[in-house]
Design a protein. Structure first.
Length: 542
């Protein structure tokens, strides 16, 4: 059942009127539109009283409300804690940021033929390593292979921060979680926080939610269900915290790292080393933190995506105002609009200016250019697909049924009917920007304006790789490999480019380090798929 069926709960006002109403109203509208069960929020000022608020449910079934004492998983915001810990070790002369990582950790399962990898490269996501979540793979002989020269390309890499956690443990002679507790949490006063998810922290967390059906796409207001508890100590994202503790953390950042690192180290932390387009069109990356601009001000920002929690942090270094928000669900979005709007409201209040308008909350079923996509598309091998537009609404017409389409991004849509949700509808345009083709998994259709080739070589050598694979990972459940237009595709959207007999580069970026490998071909079918070392097993389920 969608959140709109439940009452909205706001537990604490944030501003004096009218700013309180502006933010509370926006958060209520945002949570309902995004199908969010609950949210925790902390607003910080460099100087002055903090404000904490909670919204919605810690448990939808029992109607238990989120409270300020609930621990939320901050996800990859953890990376900033890792970076500050590394900078402390550097200040103490224990860590050389330019020394080869293999000199510290010679046992690492990595191959660095493109160039020496240093802690600096790991901190800035420029090592050239793939974005794996774990470190040790099921096959002890497997290695993560560097794809490009370190320092040249930004490629978000959880593996790199997992390695940094082991580096901290090696140098500090204690688990990384204990190191960050003593070096960051205690000096800042974050007494409720933990860098381990599991054990005692589980009892202090709200229930969290995922799509009810994890083997296909989920519509914006689709069914969600509570998920099991996670045990996790990976330095790429294992910090849990309360809004009160995150306020203390943000205040420390707005004070230049005071009490944690020196001015010189904080300058390293916030230096924009490299463009980070994966974080946004204007974003750059420092050490474990994004560096960007908001309304002309320099901000630090990061998001965190756990299996079933999504978080955002926005810190305006110039005006000394910051916001943190986290949602207890993994539904494909992060609450960035909430933290940015909160900071904008606080800036307006501080400067005695009119409150800015709230961000627009997109309706995925409103497609401004809907007429671009309507028409009849035919499969060269037989079969038709009809797309109809009704104003700004799009539909897939299947027999007597009109299936509504939801936008997932530019030219990509979800058809909201159970069997169609295995794959998105991906439209393609010609050089004149006119829509001429559409794919759905292995199926491909073109309209009368399509002028390209309609026949492609058969992938007989790859037919054994096509199929449905499942994982035990809470992050990666189902992967479907299909053959279309002479290529293999992951989930119908990401091409696989061959780099070996059964080894493929994931995606179209020639510098991309992420790889997929098919193993154990039995009776003409690969039984095992490894994506960046993570195991997924074939299942004979459509």
């Amino acid at each position: 059942m969608a959140l709109g069926a439940f009452p909205f709960v706001a537990r604490q006002s944030l501003f004096s009127a009218p700013e309180a109403n502006e933010l509370d109203t926006f958060i209520g509208d945002y949570m309902k539109a995004m199908n969010s069960p609950g949210m925790t929020l902390g607003l910080a000022r460099r100087e002055g009283a903090p404000r904490v608020a909670t919204f919605g449910f810690a448990d939808r079934e029992t109607k238990e409300a989120v409270t300020p004492d609930h621990l939320f998983q901050v996800g990859s915001i953890t990376k900033s804690f890792v970076a500050l810990t590394c900078l402390q070790l550097h200040e103490e002369g224990k860590l050389d940021l330019e020394r080869p990582i293999l000199e510290y950790l010679p046992w690492l399962p990595i191959v660095a033929k493109q160039g020496v990898i240093t802690p600096h490269h790991l901190l800035t996501h420029t090592s050239g390593l793939p974005n794996a979540l774990g470190l040790l793979m099921s096959d002890p002989g497997t290695r993560y292979v560097q794809a490009n020269r370190p320092g040249e390309h930004f490629h978000y890499c959880n593996l790199g921060y997992c390695i940094l956690g082991h580096l901290i443990a090696r140098i500090d002679e204690r688990p990384w979680s204990e190191s960050v507790r003593r070096r960051i949490f205690e000096p800042v006063g974050m007494r409720a926080s933990s860098a381990v998810i599991g054990g005692d922290t589980q009892r202090r967390m709200p229930r969290s939610y995922l799509p009810k059906f994890d083997d296909r796409l989920n519509p914006r207001l689709g069914e969600i269900a509570p998920t099991g508890y996670l045990i996790f100590d990976n330095a790429a994202g294992s910090v849990t915290s309360t809004p009160g503790d995150m306020i203390l953390y943000m205040q420390m950042l707005m004070k230049g790292g005071a009490g944690v690192v020196s001015k010189e180290s904080f300058a390293r932390f916030t230096k924009p080393y490299i463009d980070a387009p994966e974080l946004g069109p204007t974003a750059k990356y420092g050490y474990g933190i994004g560096v960007d601009h908001l309304d002309g001000h320099i901000i630090l920002r990061h998001t965190g995506g756990m299996a079933s929690f999504m978080s955002s942090i926005t810190v305006d270094l110039e005006t000394g105002l910051a916001a943190f928000a986290s949602i207890n669900a993994g539904l494909g979005y992060r609450p960035v609009p909430v933290t940015q709007f909160a900071v904008q409201l606080m800036n307006a209040e501080k400067q005695s200016k009119p409150a800015p308008k709230p961000p627009a909350i997109d309706d995925p079923r409103v497609v401004k250019n809907a007429s671009d996509f309507e028409g009849v598309f035919e499969n060269p091998a037989g079969g038709k697909l009809r797309i109809a537009a009704d104003g700004s609404a799009l539909f897939l017409v299947s027999g007597d049924q009109k299936v509504p389409l939801e936008s997932l991004g530019p030219d990509i849509f979800l058809a909201d009917e159970y069997s169609w949700r295995r794959f998105p509808l991906v439209f393609g345009r010609n050089d004149g920007k006119k829509v001429v083709e559409v794919s759905h998994g292995a199926d491909w259709y073109v309209n009368e304006s399509y002028a390209g080739p309609k026949a492609f070589p058969r992938l007989s050598q790859y037919e054994s790789f096509v199929g449905h694979y499942r994982s035990d990972s809470p992050w990666f459940r189902s992967t479907r490999i299909v053959a279309r237009k002479g290529k293999l595709w992951v989930n119908g959207t990401s091409p696989l480019e061959p780099v070996g007999q059964a080894l493929f580069r994931l995606g179209s970026d020639p510098a991309g380090p992420d790889v997929a490998e098919f193993l154990h071909v039995v009776n003409g079918k690969a039984l095992l798929l490894k994506i960046n070392g993570s195991d997924q097993w074939r299942v004979e389920i459509p």
